[in-house]
Structure formats: structure tokens, C-alpha cells
Design a binder for this molecule. Structure first.
Ligand SMILES: Nc1ncnc2c1ncn2[C@@H]1O[C@H](COP(=O)(O)OP(=O)(O)OP(=O)(O)O)[C@@H](O)[C@H]1O
Length: 251
């Protein structure tokens, strides 16, 4: 589904060339949930953003669904990108538009048939559980609800792939669990291939079946894992108090 061949991204500063991503090759199979983990600065986000050419590789090729994106330009690239949705840590919603209008924007940009846009937007908003919030503005929503809007927007054009850049890093543990549940549902029910960049081990271990560990712009290792499932630890006030008391006992 996704093949990266010797993909490299360099930045030049004060005549020194810096490799943010250094000759990375990997492939993601159709229908899998693939994780990319590593410490800050390892090149994870840059690598993810090269999958949809949001970041243009300095060299190497990106092949998605049999099409070499690195050979495409203009309209053809825009069309190919429609099969790749993306969500971000800080949601990137349009703050002065309602939830419904945020999703409609993405359908407009993709030239989705005008008469079907509202129906489609409401359909995806229902899928992510936001049917009661369609007339609200982003400022009236919780972090988890904002991420659901972003997910609905990314799904509106029926992508085959969803790229997730630290999708839960701005969320608390309970909300993280909910969003991971939504992503798993998208993978299982809609058959969407998912690539998740995260620095959170629990997130990666819960739903990914293959994980690439990155270091200094390179693939350090790629590992097959059995997804552990989304751990059902409800972070209630009692849980916080118990954790604090237990910590105290060990001191
Ligand atoms: N536009 C840019 N100009 C110069 N350097 C950049 C640019 N974008 C990224 N870098 C550098 O490339 C390296 C990799 O960045 P990247 O954001 O991909 O890492 P990351 O693993 O996602 O880290 P983090 O988890 O902190 O976001 C970093 O050292 C970063 O400073």
C-alpha cells in the first residue's frame, strides 16, 4: 500500500547539510496499523509528512497504492492525495467555522458533488460520534471532540490511508483511549490503512501490529508486535489518589 525507497530529507543551514530523514526504506501493507516511534528529533514527523508529500523528499521515491507520488505534480498529485487523510496533534481546525462547516471545507476542496456534501459530512460526523455537536464551534469542544472533528474531516473523502501525527499527545489518558478506539474502528470497519507517529509507547503497543523505531533520521529496527488492545484503565479521581498513595508507600 505504501512503499518508501531510500527516502531522504535534508536541510541546509550555514552551509552544513543536516539529514532529518536519512535513506529510509519501508513498506506498509494494506489494512495494517503501522507505528513509527522514536525520541524527539528522530525524524518521525518528517517521514510521515513525506508519505503524502506534504514534505517533498530531497531524494528517494514514495509509492502509494501503486502510484509513484514523487513523480506527480499539480492536479494529479492533488487527486492522489485525496486517498490519504491526515490528522495532527493540535487538530488544525478552522476556529471560526462550525463542526459541520469544517468537514464541508474538505469536501469542497476535493470537488465532492455539491448536492451530496452535507449528507456525507453528517455521515462521517455520526461515525465519529459527533452528531449532537455539528453546529458548535471548535472552541466549544473538548480536546477529544476536536480530534474527532479532525478525524471526520480526514475521512470525508473516503481515503484509503490515514496518517496520524501524534494524534493523542495533547489528550489525557481517558480521551487517548477513546481516540484510539475510533482509529481502530476506522481500520476494522472501513478497512483504512493507518500509520501512527507517536512518542508514547502505550499508544503504539495498543493498536499497532508493526512498528518502526527511528533514530537520527534512520530506521533503527522494524518489529512485528501483537497489539495489546486498548487498556481499560479509567482515570477516575480514585485512581489518581490510589496511584499517589502507592507511590508514597514505595518512598
Ligand atoms: N523545516 C525544517 N528546517 C530545518 N530543520 C528541520 C525542519 N523540519 C524538521 N527539522 C529537523 O529535522 C529533525 C527531525 O524532525 P522531526 O520533527 O521529523 O522529528 P520527530 O522525531 O518527529 O521529533 P518530535 O517528536 O520532536 O516532533 C529535527 O532535528 C528537526 O529540528
Amino acid at each position: 500500500m505504501i512503499t518508501l525507497n531510500n527516502v531522504t530529507k535534508t536541510y541546509t543551514q550555514d552551509q552544513t547539510v543536516f539529514h532529518a530523514v536519512d535513506s529510509v526504506s519501508l513498506s506498509v501493507k494494506s489494512g495494517e496499523i503501522y507505528g513509527i516511534i522514536g525520541r524527539s528529533g528522530a525524524g518521525k514527523s518528517t517521514l510521515l509528512r513525506m508519505i503524502n508529500l506534504l514534505e517533498i523528499p530531497t531524494s528517494g521515491s514514495v509509492i502509494v497504492d501503486g502510484m509513484e507520488l514523487t513523480n506527480l505534480k499539480g492536479r494529479k498529485l492533488r487527486l492522489a492525495r485525496q486517498s490519504i487523510g491526515m490528522i495532527f496533534q493540535h487538530f488544525h481546525l478552522v476556529t471560526n467555522k462550525t463542526v459541520l462547516a469544517n468537514v464541508l471545507v474538505s469536501l469542497e476542496l476535493a470537488n465532492y458533488p455539491k448536492k451530496d456534501r452535507k449528507k456525507r459530512a453528517l455521515e462521517v460526523l455520526r461515525f465519529v460520534g459527533l452528531e449532537e455537536h455539528v453546529s458548535k464551534y471548535p472552541g466549544q469542544l473538548s480536546g477529544g471532540q476536536k480530534q474527532r472533528v479532525a478525524i471526520a474531516r480526514a475521512l470525508a473523502n473516503k481515503p484509503k490511508i490515514l496518517l496520524c501525527d501524534e494524534p493523542t499527545s495533547a489528550l489525557d489518558p481517558n480521551t487517548t483511549r477513546e481516540i484510539l478506539g475510533v482509529l481502530k474502528n476506522i481500520n476494522e470497519r472501513l478497512g483504512v490503512t493507518i500509520v501512527i507517529v507517536s512518542h508514547e509507547m502505550d499508544v503504539i503497543k495498543s493498536i499497532c501490529s508493526r512498528v518502526t523505531v527511528m533514530d537520527k533520521g534512520k530506521v533503527y529496527e522494524t518489529i512485528e508486535v501483537a497489539p495489546q488492545g486498548i487498556v481499560d484503565s479509567d482515570h477516575t479521581p480514585e485512581w489518581f489518589v490510589r496511584q499517589l498513595r502507592e507511590e508514597g508507600d514505595h518512598a
